[in-house]
Design a protein around this ligand. Structure first.
Ligand SMILES: [Zn+2]
Length: 264
């Protein structure tokens, strides 16, 4: 096989993931000499509101299967409901800054993850522009430059959100799942910002299904490696905390396979 190339995309969804998961991943990437792309949630951590999704089919089963309550911690599951929503990026500007200093690409995941993920399709374009605008302003304050890339929470986009991203003059976006980079067409419109899609399933999508568990999940990932570009999305809350041990093992096995790691 030609030497496989792996781009790691890190979604940072929560306050606790930023505080604990990002520093842990920085240390692991440093040890392996890997540079990745980090997408930060810039605004409030309203994770507790995901509890609403319990009433939607399948959510509770997924939470139990993936062990999300233990991965995210009880406190995180109450943010924005019984506990006030803490501001994420504003609480840890040094951690964001350090991520860029260590040579990783940094971009915007969102302002409010729950808001975007749950409500984007019903959101007026003006509100979506405000969500991204607030995130980008704080990003610029912390990094001293505009973001070059964004990645939508839950791979959720609309033609309005893609149009807003086109107006931002980004180098690329990672909003989607797919096989190879492409320019999206939606609602009859062709957009000009290159999409670099995630090509592998996330760990929480794999665990607990088809006999896949933390012990054998990496056998499955190794079977997915293709020649050329492979894009793998990980989460600061999972690979940087709850599933850090299998993740380190995955990096070692990919390295042994001769994989080259690049920033997207
Ligand atoms: Zn996310």
């Amino acid at each position: 096989m030609d030497q496989p190339v792996i781009a790691l995309k890190v979604d940072v969804d929560t306050y606790a993931g930023t505080r604990d998961g990002v520093p842990r991943l920085l240390e692991i990437f440093d040890r392996f000499g890997i540079r990745a792309t980090f997408y930060f949630s810039m605004g409030p951590d309203n994770s507790g509101k995901t509890i609403r999704r319990i009433f939607r089919k399948g959510f509770l089963a997924k939470q139990l299967r993936t062990g999300a309550p233990s991965a995210f911690g009880l406190k995180t599951l109450l943010y924005g409901t019984l506990l006030p929503a803490p501001m994420i990026a504003a609480s840890f500007p040094d951690i964001l800054h350090r991520t860029g200093q260590q040579g990783h690409e940094t971009g915007v995941h969102c302002w409010d993850h729950v808001e975007w993920h749950d409500h984007l399709p019903m959101m007026p374009k003006k509100t979506a522009a405000m969500e991204l605008g607030r995130a980008c302003s704080l990003f610029e304050e912390i990094f001293g430059r505009r973001p070059r890339t964004t990645a939508a929470p839950g791979w959720t986009v609309t033609s309005a959100s893609l149009a807003i991203q086109d107006d931002m003059g980004l180098a690329f976006c990672s909003d989607s799942r797919g096989y190879a980079p492409f320019y999206p067409v939606l609602d009859g419109r062709r957009f000009v910002t290159l999409q670099i899609p995630t090509t592998w399933p996330t760990m929480d999508e794999l665990l607990g299904k088809n006999g896949i568990n933390a012990e054998n999940v990496n056998d499955h990932y190794l079977s997915l490696v293709k020649p050329g570009l492979n894009v793998h999305t990980i989460h600061a809350e999972m690979e940087g905390k709850a599933t850090v041990t299998p993740f380190i093992d995955l990096l070692q096995r990919l390295r042994d396979l001769g994989a080259r790691f690049i920033r997207a």
